[in-house]
Design a protein around this ligand. Sequence first.
Ligand code: NAP
Length: 248
Amino acid sequence: MAGTIIVTGGSRGIGAATSRLAAARGYGVCVNYLNNAAAAEAVVRDIAGAGARAIAVQADVAREDAVEGLFESAGRALGPATALVNNAGLAGRVNRLDEASSETIRTVVEVNLLGTIWCSRAAVRRMSTRRGGPGGAIVNLSSGAATIGSPGEYVWYAAAKGAVDSFTLGLAKEVAGEGIRVNAVAPGFVDTEIHAASGMPERLAEDAPKVPLGRAAAPREIAEAILWLLSDAASYVTGTVLRVAGGR
Ligand code: NAP
């Protein structure tokens, strides 16, 4: 077995595709979710049906105490995590900054940025060879928004993802000598429910044809990049933000 992987936001979209692919590659999978227990259980059932091990664990990654509980639950059921995918995220309701609510901005920054930081800290505390751990690999979900800025849509989200890029670079250097690689994947348009949740259900139909490759990505195409970065095939790759955006 490849080890134990925790996929935050593993119940839907890119996280669900990553959970399924990780199971196929030999990981025991901890499928984290926030509200949608049915979706998380469906992913776990798929994985179990294919003969691999998975559990669903509810935890809000924005809460430090919940993140500790997530790692403890995963460790008890599957063994200590050797891989972490910081995928849980949201963009918030599309708006200009001067019309956006404080709650939207705060939640987006807390989940995308602080959630990534809390989970990465919990992972490093368990994986670092300096602390007696086995080493491991972390992949953070950034976004093309980090370098585009997303004006008129969600500049707070773009800012949070830009910070995820900086965090990826810094943490990668900090723990490079401790058996842990840290990278990010920056998708462009991906066919998930995040666009409707942001109030733009027509987003992909309208904008995906303008992407150089002419379409949105399927979640599985992002999962492939994530699993490659986690694998030994990427053993010399750390501190990298891999753009998987169809040329956008
Ligand atoms: P999605 O389909 O909307 O799914 C979001 C997932 O995150 C769900 O599993 C959700 O759990 C979980 N989640 C949300 N808040 C959470 C929290 N506080 N704690 C734990 N889990 C939480 O999203 P997606 O499109 O797959 O996006 C996944 C990642 O890719 C995000 O970081 C996003 O910013 C990034 N991304 C997406 C796109 C795109 O076009 N889709 C492009 C660039 C980057 P529930 O099911 O329980 O609600």
